[in-house]
Ligand binder design. Structure first.
Ligand code: XMP
Length: 329
């Protein structure tokens, strides 16, 4: 009968026969569920001929690089090259305020890095990698286009920087999409069978452009990224402590490019305002803002202002999607 175990066996057979016994495969890991499960599956099929790359673009959350690399190495034994491209990304983003321009710059840098990775591998292996693994899901396959004129990238085009279509033509990589007939909950189930840690499988979605779309305006302004990481970590940890993490689709903080007057200690301050956003959703296409208990919000707000230097005001985003989007940019 049909079971996830059978799907797994079947997928492994297909990957083995597709790739054969000589060819090499590359995969870009984002730290998300889909690319991780896809890579784990391919790794099981072809072992050391899979070469993964994880890019730290300087736009990741608090300790994210350390956390995901530990999962890749210790729990999943995936062969991953970690590239610290913080300077490369941030220098290109300096002074850029337009959200779509930010996304384009980030997508382009990702491609440059993958291209360099493929070339390095070619030198090392004496042959070029033939295949690229992508964590494309069934909904990405059946969905057509982003809402016309929305100017935004949605799930299928979102991953364009990981798409072969977006890669330089001379790389000529063939695609392996082992999840393309599965829905998200089935991917989680597959991940469970593959021993991907449960905590990892339940992680909230995180946009490819990372914190760049959560620092409104210039990403490099002051210590915005650092402040945002600290606030976000307190917010997420509080949500986990309250047992709410799995109920919420996505929760995060947004750094606003405004200052407000406050009084901290006996000092007048003129510091940053940070917004908290939490939503429930089925698929991210529509979403409802989440009603926290007053006590929870009060505790989080105090904790943030008491421990994050440079923040003196917390506001909560109380709009649903529509009319808002989940992210602010
Ligand atoms: P919005 O903000 O459009 O987001 O309501 C819907 C879902 O998509 C994520 N998102 C992105 N993911 N690249 C991504 O990989 C992007 O450019 C991007 N923009 C939004 C968002 O986090 C939410 O889960």
């Amino acid at each position: 009968g049909w079971s996830m175990e059978n799907v797994l066996d079947e997928e492994i057979k297909v990957i083995k026969s597709t790739v054969g016994t000589e060819d090499h495969v590359i995969c870009a890991l984002s730290g998300g569920v889909d690319s991780t499960v896809a890579a784990t599956l391919v790794h099981k099929a072809i072992g050391g001929r899979l070469h993964c790359i994880f890019v730290d673009n300087g736009l990741l959350r608090f300790k994210e690089r350390e956390r995901v690399m530990e999962t890749f190495e210790k729990d999943l034994h995936l062969p991953v090259t970690c590239v610290d491209a913080t300077e490369q990304f941030l220098s290109k983003l300096k002074g850029v305020v337009d959200p779509e321009t930010k996304r384009k710059i980030i997508g382009k840098e990702f491609i440059c890095i993958f291209d360099a990775f493929a070339h390095d591998l070619e030198k090392k292996l004496g042959k070029r990698p033939t295949y690229l693994v992508q964590g494309t899901l069934y909904p990405d396959v059946i969905e057509s286009c982003p809402p016309p004129g929305s100017g935004r990238t949605h799930s299928h085009t979102i991953k364009s920087h990981h798409n072969v279509g977006g890669l330089p033509k001379d790389m000529k990589l063939k695609l392996i999409e082992p999840l393309k007939l599965l829905f998200k909950d089935e991917v989680r189930e597959l991940g469970r069978i593959l021993d991907v840690p449960q905590g990892f499988l339940k992680r909230h979605p995180f946009p490819g452009p990372g914190l760049a779309v959560r620092v409104l305006g210039d990403v490099t302004q002051g210590n915005a990224l650092d402040i945002l990481r600290q606030v976000d970590e307190i917010f997420i940890q509080s949500i986990k402590d309250a047992g709410l993490y799995d109920t919420i689709w996505q929760a995060f903080a947004v750094f606003l490019p405004v200052r407000s007057v406050g009084v901290q200690g006996d000092q007048r301050t003129h510091s940053h305002v940070v917004a908290l956003r939490a939503v429930t959703s089925q698929d991210g296409m529509t979403a409802d803002w989440y009603y926290f208990e007053h006590k929870f919000l009060d505790d989080v707000s105090r904790k943030i202002c008491n421990s994050v230097r440079g923040v003196n005001r917390i506001v909560q985003d109380i709009t649903s999607k529509p009319p808002s989007t989940i992210e602010w940019e």
